[in-house]
Design a binder for this molecule. Structure first.
Ligand code: TEU
Ligand code: CA
Length: 582
């Protein structure tokens, strides 16, 4: 990409592809059944072999283990089950030697209840750490309702006897929210961030960062207000704190400025029109945010992760990704992901994970992910085509979210059968089953007993056999990553949606200067004709195709079920007739 001058500022993190490793699930090195840093260290060659650029690891800090590391007890220590600080340093150094950048997940919205700050805070209102958290004194009556996502009573406040007050927790009661309105809290957190930059990390993925600022008058939020002002979404209210942007600017000045690092925030509750406020270069805040509009599709609005029986709708899907892509034409740069550690497996959610179409649809999803105008995130195991495990019993789950909501429903109605059924589609543990390295015992993940059941399909779906198969998902992903690297137009080029009205085919053009690419994706298990091509591209204009060939009809191209194809050639050779925007 030596000579290009894109219409926007070039940055390594715009041209990069992120690979997310959930360490618990990735590779166990000592037989205790839990993935660890040495396991990751020995897998760096594999990660580099994919052709990705940035490695994001989920939290490995000392934690009380309620939420797999998202409940931090000591921000500067490593959870012993993952290894030591020296092990982490080896991972950082090995990644750098392989030309990878590496970023760490920082959880700064809350701590563990066992963090020394909170243990001290909860003893007395006079304690210096009391003001590190948010409290509602009991003499003011019951606190105004807040949603606690992972609490059995659904409440975001928990009563603490020694202080006779309630503390705020947006997630579980074991995860009290830090009081960012207190400058001393921010000072301490910035110090922690500097500590990790000094270890050699190339940036951060900030957990739930849009939730950090709170209106400490804690106004009443009635269901009517929530509906009218916040789209019935607590995440949207939580992301509306009064000083959010002040803190992000301060963090940039105090910590990030002068470092060649990337700052990525998980950004629940942010609508596309607000995204530039976070990532426009002249704002001096963040570099990238990850939105939730895509992964919310196909769920019943207002109900907790209830799958829509009709699945997701292609019109909505195209609308979400087109809107977000257009947002960043004005300012900033986007991200795209179809799965992560909080989601079911992407092939189960967006493709068809049945035997017939699993490989084809997984390849189609990767074709989409890696040809959009955004920094793509690949979640470990998706490159093998891993699918959701679909547990049937509550005791098979480890996830705090599943357990707490199950308990809440059982307490309420004595029955959580429907919920368990829904969790087969939406549950987070679907995406957390151990990585499938081999066809052998425990998929080569561990020599011990895995912390979470391994998907029984691992004899068919595993790295070892896919390495040998040129037609595997793994090798397809490698080819796509190479193509993205070689075609700057697939990174920086304009995005133009072609199939506005088609309910099954998602097709778009990526173009920039003399390069034009057409991406054709048949999101269905039926054949579909595509008639936007006026002439037949030559065989060597096909960059990638998840089928051995193409079928041309007089009326156009006949796309096979879940067929994905990318054409590339000069715009003059390649006749494209975009449909008029709706
Ligand atoms: O996710 C939190 C997050 O913002 C959403 O998934 C949230 O549950 C949703 O907006 C509620 O409507 C992060 C981590 O990725 C997750 O693994 C942690 O459990 C969570 O924060 C708490 O730290
Ligand atoms: Ca281990």
């Amino acid at each position: 990409m030596g000579t290009i001058t894109p219409p926007i500022t070039r940055k390594w993190w715009k041209e990069a592809v992120v690979y997310q490793v959930y360490p618990r699930t990735f590779k166990d090195s000592n037989g205790d059944g839990i993935g660890d840093l040495q396991g990751l260290h020995h897998s760096i060659d594999y990660i580099a072999s994919l052709g990705v650029d940035i490695l994001w690891i989920n939290p490995v800090f000392q934690s009380s283990g309620y939420d797999n590391g998202y409940d931090i007890v000591d921000f500067k220590a490593i959870q012993p089950e993952y290894g030591t600080m020296a092990d982490l340093q080896q991972v950082i150094d090995a990644a750098h030697r392989k030309g990878l950048r590496i970023i760490i997940d920082m959880v700064v919205n809350h701590t563990s209840e066992r963090h020394e700050w909170f243990r001290s805070a909860r003893t007395s209102r006079e304690d210096v750490y009391y003001k590190f958290y948010h409290w509602w004194p009991a003499e003011k009556g019951d606190p105004p309702y807040r949603c606690g996502f992972f609490d059995t009573d659904g409440q975001g406040w928990r009563y603490n006897k020694p202080t006779d007050s309630w503390y705020l927790h947006y997630f579980s009661p074991e995860q009290p929210d830090l009081n960012w309105e207190n400058p001393e809290v921010r000072r301490q957190l910035y110090d922690i961030l500097r500590f990790w930059l000094a270890k050699g990390f190339d940036g951060f993925r900030f957990d739930a960062l849009t939730f950090i600022s709170k209106d400490t008058t804690f106004p009443g939020i009635t269901p009517a207000i929530l509906k009218e002002k916040y789209h019935d979404d607590w995440g949207h209210y939580y992301a509306s704190g009064p000083h959010l942007h002040d803190y992000l600017k301060e963090m940039r000045r105090e910590v990030l400025a002068g470092h060649d690092v990337v700052a990525i925030a998980e950004a629940p509750g942010i609508p596309p029109e607000d995204a530039p406020l976070f990532v426009a270069e002249d704002r001096g805040e963040l570099d990238l945010i990850t939105h939730f509009d895509g992964i919310a599709l196909g769920y019943v609005p207002g109900e907790f992760k209830k799958p829509d029986p009709n699945g997701y709708n292609m019109h909505e899907f195209k609308k979400v990704y087109t809107t977000w892509s257009d947002t960043y034409n004005r300012a900033g740069w986007g991200t795209i992901y179809l799965g992560n550690h909080d989601q079911p497996r992407m092939v189960s959610r967006w493709g068809d994970d049945g035997d017939k179409f699993r490989t084809l649809s997984e390849k189609l999803l990767f074709t989409f992910l890696l040809t959009m105008r955004s920094t793509p995130f690949i979640y470990n195991g998706d490159e093998l085509g891993m699918k959701s495990i679909r547990f049937t019993r509550i005791d098979e789950y480890e996830d705090i979210e599943t357990h707490r909501i199950y308990d809440r429903l059982v307490a309420k109605s004595g029955d959580a059968a429907d919920f368990l059924h829904d969790q087969q589609v939406t549950g987070r543990d679907n995406g957390r089953t151990p990585m499938q390295w081999t066809a052998g015992p425990n998929a080569g993940f561990t020599t011990g007993t895995p912390w979470l059941k391994i998907n029984p399909d691992h004899p068919q779906v595993n790295r070892e056999s896919e390495e040998r198969d040129p037609a595997s998902v793994l090798n397809y992903v490698r080819r796509l990553l190479l193509i993205r690297r070689q075609c700057p137009a697939l990174i920086y080029g304009d995005y133009t949606l072609l199939t506005h009205d088609d309910s099954r085919v998602y097709a778009y053009i990526r173009s920039w200067e003399v390069s034009t690419y057409a991406v054709l994706l048949n999101f269905s298990d039926a054949e579909n004709t595509f008639d936007h091509l006026l002439s037949q591209p030559a065989a060597n204009d096909i960059l990638i195709n998840n089928y051995p060939g193409l079928r041309w009809l007089r009326t156009g191209l006949l796309l096979a079920p879940w067929q994905a194809v990318v054409f590339g050639c000069l715009p003059t050779h390649f006749h494209v007739r975009p449909s008029s925007p709706r």
